[in-house]
Structure formats: C-alpha cells, structure tokens
Design a protein around this ligand. Structure first.
Ligand code: NDP
Length: 451
C-alpha cells in the first residue's frame, strides 16, 4: 500500500472493517476469506471527470466529478452523490466501501458505489445549481443506468438536484428509467424515501432499547447532530414516539436545549425551510429554551441524554466527546451519518460494552443503523421496475421489517463469530461488519471474482 497516495478516510473505514474481522473467529473458520478481503477493498472501477458550467455572471467554473463503482456482486452499484467542497477520492472510496456492506445488510439486491463533486452548493442561485447538475449528469450519464448503477442523494443533493439530474439523463439518453432514486413522488419516487434514513435509524434504535430492557422511546432524552435530511426526520420520528430531542447542529454551530427546553416540531419545520434556502442555523431564532453555540458540536453541551444520534458527517464524535457522553449516562449511540464516530470514539463505546456488562453501552455503526435510506431506494427501484407505486403504509412497514432484520442479523452474527465473556453484550459493529462482508464475499466467490 505504501506507494499509493494517502487516503485517510478510506483507510479508516477499511481498518474498522478489517479489525472486526480479525478479532472474530471468521478467518479461523474460513481462512479463504482473507483473499476476499484483499479483493473487495479495491473498487471495480473509479470514474473521474471534468465538470464545466457557467455561473450567473457568465464566468466559466470547473469542478471535479467522480463515481466510484465499488462492487456489483449483489446488484447494480447503488449509493449517493455528495456535493460538498471537501469531496475527494478518499472520502468517496470510504463511503463506497461502507455502502457495499450496508446494502448487503438491507437484504435487497444492490451493489455498492458512491459519487459526487467538489462543488459547493452554498451561496449558489437556483439557476447555478441547475446548470451544475446538468453539466455533471451530461458526463455521469455515460456510466450509469437502471441495471448498471443507480445513484441517489447525499450531502448537498436532495429532491431538487435529483430532479435536474434525472431530467438531463432522460433528455440526453432518451430513456425514462429508474436511473436515480429519491425522485419526486409523481414521477417515480417512492413514498417515505425522504424520511427513510432518519425514520429507519429510529426504528433500528427501537430494537436496541428493547433488547437492553430500556423500554420504549417515551421520555427518552435524545441528542442529535446535523439539521439536514437525516437529522430532520430522525428528530421528527423521536418526537412522534414520545422522546425529547435536546439538540441539532450544522457545520457552523449547535442548537442546544437549556432549562428543560426541547426541540419542537415547529422548530424542525422552520429549520427545514431554512436549510432548503441553504442558510445557517445561526439565522434561526428559536421560540423556546434553545441556545445557539457557535462553532460547537452538541455532545458535550447536552448534559444527560439516553440516546445520541450523530446525523451530520463523518468523524463528528471524537474520543473526548464519546467519554463525556458515557460519563453523562448515554447508553445508546447509533450513527445516522456514515462513519460518524472516529475509531477512538468507537473504542470508548466498545470498551464500555466489554467491561460494564449489564448496563453497558450499545453502539451501532452507520452501515447498519442508517441503511433505511438505501433500503427504500431499493424499494423505489423495485416499484420502478414494476411501474407501480406502493402506499406509504406499505413502504413504512417494509422499512420497519428491514431495520429489524438488519439489527438481528448483526446481533446474531456477533454471537456466532465474536468470542464473548460471560454476561458481555454482543458487538453490533463486529456483527454487522461480518454479516455484510460474508454475504458479499460469498456472492463474489460464486461469480469467480476470487478463488
Ligand atoms: P444534508 O446535506 O441534508 O445535511 C447534512 C448536515 O450535516 C447539515 O446540517 C450540514 O450542515 C451538516 N454538515 C455537513 N458537513 C459538515 C461538517 N463538515 N461539519 C459539521 N456539520 C456538517 O445531508 P444528509 O442529512 O443527507 O446526510 C447526513 C449524513 O448522513 C451524511 O454522513 C450522509 O452520508 C449520511 N447518510 C445520508 C443518507 C440519506 O439518505 N440522505 C443515507 C445514509 C447516510 P450545513 O447545513 O451547515 O452544511
């Protein structure tokens, strides 16, 4: 690996997976899977391209566009598009790598991929966003298709951007097909897709609470970071189920409850409107007892919480923040964001799980806890293939079933492969990694991808 350029985010994601496989009995039982790990960690294909577009002043602008087609053993490449100035190959490889195993955990037939561009949607007019999306899809459209690669949204890509990209594909390729998910519901989008990642996260944690004997959501205090798609719907579902949400945040700061304050549905609706206009949380004036802290993440400012849901971006919970959460009595941490916790933060949670036994911490990695978004994308693909739309209730029920299966698959796989001391809780991170990996590795073997 030493002659390769440094890819810190990808190396972190690889290490997390490899560490949990190494510390289980998987390779003892199946030494041949070491070869599979070597093969699966290299993308099948990486596409990099130039995107030139014109800003409102008539100037040429240029960005780097990418699509990492990581693994197609279980189906067409599937994973979101991220538009953010930080986007580079390391970040997209980490996201694509995680996506392979996450998609396997949904039980649906989807491979793993990720893409995007280092374009910053903030401060751009609607016309600039449209011109960028058109230019981006002009190039990407050569490489994707309903049976080849089906991208979706991610940071900076919501329904509006998906619409512009879908229209470009339709016009340029002269095909109306399910080539993107997260579409408008009156032209092929699935009901519940916008809500799916946040709702799915909460459904997943419901099983964590249940198995730990911690009861329902009623009365639980929940810290959430982020205020985008995932955070918004996670917060709304928590509130619907009777929990109290005590924080939200964005890239500039955090909104935290003080003096028995809490985030209300009205707060979230106002923030949704603000975020659609790409404004900062700092511009929101809360009505109740909420305080805005500039430059902060919520974790050390929320006091006691029962549940923490990182829902903004990667590496947004550090070791020190993890220690404060634990010291303040938080027992359930589940990632809405991809790789929300640093490796050191995961170690804090996993150590607590190993040593505290009964009252220990339950930590769920993003690839299991946030798989609801891509799961409903998979359901959107199924509806598109049938040219039918399912009801909200049907999709929501399927989402609940998928999240339950993802939870128990991780739990049971951990029991099977991870040695545990008497009274120790199973590791959801190890179990989920092993379950996703084995499914993909086996399909690759049967296809002759490794031998
Ligand atoms: P959005 O763009 O809707 O929201 C992102 C949120 O995170 C915003 O509040 C944003 O703040 C904040 N944020 C972005 N970058 C940073 C940063 N560097 N530091 C602090 N805050 C930051 O994205 P989503 O809600 O869709 O995605 C959030 C996370 O969930 C990502 O990790 C994504 O990969 C993951 N995810 C998303 C899925 C989906 O279906 N959308 C599916 C599975 C995972 P600001 O508004 O200031 O930019």
């Amino acid at each position: 690996m030493s002659n390769l350029p440094s890819e810190p985010e990808f190396e972190q994601a690889y290490k997390e997976l490899a560490y949990t496989l190494e510390n289980s009995t998987l390779f003892e039982q199946h030494p041949e899977y070491r070869t599979a790990l070597k093969v699966v960690s290299i993308p099948e294909r990486v596409i990099q391209f130039r995107v030139t577009w014109e800003d409102d002043a008539g100037n040429l602008q240029v960005n780097r566009g990418y699509r990492v087609q990581f693994n197609s053993a279980l189906g067409p490449y599937k994973g979101g598009l991220r538009l953010h100035p930080s986007v580079n190959l390391s970040i997209l490889k980490f996201l694509g790598f995680e996506q392979i195993f996450k998609n396997a955990l949904t039980g649906l037939m989807m491979g793993g991929g990720k893409g995007g561009a280092d374009f910053d949607p903030k401060g751009k007019s609607d016309a600039e966003i449209r011109r960028f999306c058109v230019a981006f899809m002009r190039e990407l459209s050569r490489h994707i298709g309903a049976d080849t690669d089906v991208p979706a949204g991610d940071i900076g890509v919501g329904g509006r951007e998906i619409g512009y990209m879908f229209g470009t594909y339709r016009r340029d390729r002269n095909r109306f097909e399910g080539v993107l998910t997260g579409k408008g519901t009156h032209w092929g989008g699935s009901l519940i897709r916008p809500e799916a990642t946040g709702y799915g996260l909460v459904y997943y944690v419901t099983h964590m609470l249940e198995i730990a004997g911690a009861g329902s959501w009623e009365g639980k205090r929940v810290a959430i970071s982020g205020s985008g798609n995932v955070a918004q719907y996670a917060a709304l579902k928590c509130i619907e189920l009777g929990a109290t949400v005590v924080s939200l945040s964005d890239s500039k700061g955090a909104l935290v409850a003080v003096d028995d304050g809490f985030v209300t549905v009205e707060d979230i609706e106002a923030i949704m409107d603000l975020k659609l206009k790409r404004k900062s949380l700092a511009e929101y004036t809360p009505k109740g007892n909420l305080k805005y802290i500039e430059g902060a993440r919520p974790w050390v400012h929320v006091g006691h919480v029962d549940v923490a849901l990182p829902c903004a971006t990667q590496n947004e919970v550090s070791k020190e923040e993890a220690e404060v959460l634990v010291a303040n009595g938080c027992r359930f941490i589940a990632e809405g964001s991809n790789m929300g916790c640093t490796l050191e933060a995961i170690e804090v949670f996993e150590n607590e799980r190993r040593t505290k036994k009964g009252d220990a911490i339950w930590y769920a990695p993003g690839k299991a806890a946030n798989c609801g978004g891509v799961a409903v994308s998979g359901l959107e693909m199924a509806q598109n293939s049938q040219r039918l739309s399912w009801t909200k209730e049907e999709v929501d029920q399927k989402l609940k079933d998928i999240m339950k299966n993802a939870f128990y698959n991780g739990l049971e796989t951990a029991k099977k492969y991870v040695p545990m001391e008497e009274g120790e809780l199973p590791s959801l991170v190890a179990g989920s990694n092993i379950a996703g990996f084995v499914k993909v590795a086996q399909a690759m073997y049967e296809h002759g991808d490794w031998w």
